[in-house]
Design a protein around this ligand. Sequence first.
Ligand SMILES: Cc1ncc(COP(=O)(O)O)c(C=O)c1O
Length: 392
Amino acid sequence: MKYNFDEIVDRVHEDGSYSSKWSNNERMAKMFLTDKLPEDRLVFFLADMDFRCPPELTASLVKEAQHGVFGYSSVPEEYYQAVCRWMRDRFGMEVKPEEISTARGAHSAIVNAIQKLTKPGDGVIVPRPTYYYSDDVMSIGRHYCGFQMKNDNGYYTYDWEAFEALCKEPQNTMAIFQQPHNPTGRAWTDDEIRRFASICRENNVIMLCDDVHMDIKRKDVEIHPFIKVVGPEGIVMITGINKTFNLAGLAVTNVIIQDPAIREKMGHSWGGMSPFGIRACISAYTECDDWLDQLNDYLDDNIDYVVDRFHKELPKVKVWKPEGTYILWLDFTDCGFTNEELDQRIAGQAHIGFSDGAGLEPPAGTLFRRMCVPCPRSMLVDAMDRLVKVLS
Ligand SMILES: Cc1ncc(COP(=O)(O)O)c(C=O)c1O
């Protein structure tokens, strides 16, 4: 391996880290049920990697810093060409520069799309469990319409009847999908994508595809963007470099709309880029393929390691290997703990920070946690040793 994903980066103390998930504040202390954060804590709750980004990309940002003037920026043609190249070479998807808009982060793009493409009071459909969209939807006066997916031992599929029933309600005018899905890790098959799209199109429901995890996948899995499978009609696709290259702090998001009617409604008002964001995206999409391929290999091994240990040593925790993303959706329902007992053991005793499952909207009466594993393997070895000790 050319890149060293085993390196431990000290995101607590190293100058310039400004890491949110490793910070020392009240919110973090609360997560660990204490006033004083444990020094030996391990945090896995945020979709944010503990790896340095590709060295080629860092070098491009140093070059940008040396320019020394960081005024209002204009996105150059080279940027759009880089996005087109990435989509073509990595996904077999032809995109034209005029079909791309830039936004500062996926959330701002999602809110903008909901605002421009639906009306106050309209419903936005979201399959559950889900990443956090409820605030995006409700903060601008739309109804949030969730429905549960089917869960077969950790393998999630759509409840088509429930989905179609919601699409048929005329006030529901948009549905949010992800390819691949956070937190279940599903990478939807072409058949599933065709079925989503045909139900949406029959009922005039706009598809908002949040594909920010599309570059992260297992070796034997292909990620097919919705537009590639079913064509552009009625689809807004959101992608970017934030997750793939650990650049969430730069907030670089690309919105691809190939349906001219939707593009006209949206206009180009998605928010400007910073010069660092521009430079980072050009570098990511032109110089960093190798790094990403090696990252995916490393993540495959991380996921195998953690899932195998759960299966062998904590078999009551149900977990399924995700097809895409670096996220594990851990089902503790059959372990016999209450939510508080589980917190006491995991956060209080093992000093491990997971996302509380309830925020990701699983069915009532279940007990989930979300674990993101894009970190050096040694952290996972330590975490699994601790978990086995407190949960066995
Ligand atoms: C599916 C999904 N969408 C959107 C986001 C937020 O992305 P951004 O930081 O670009 O707003 C995340 C972050 O974890 C995510 O997992």
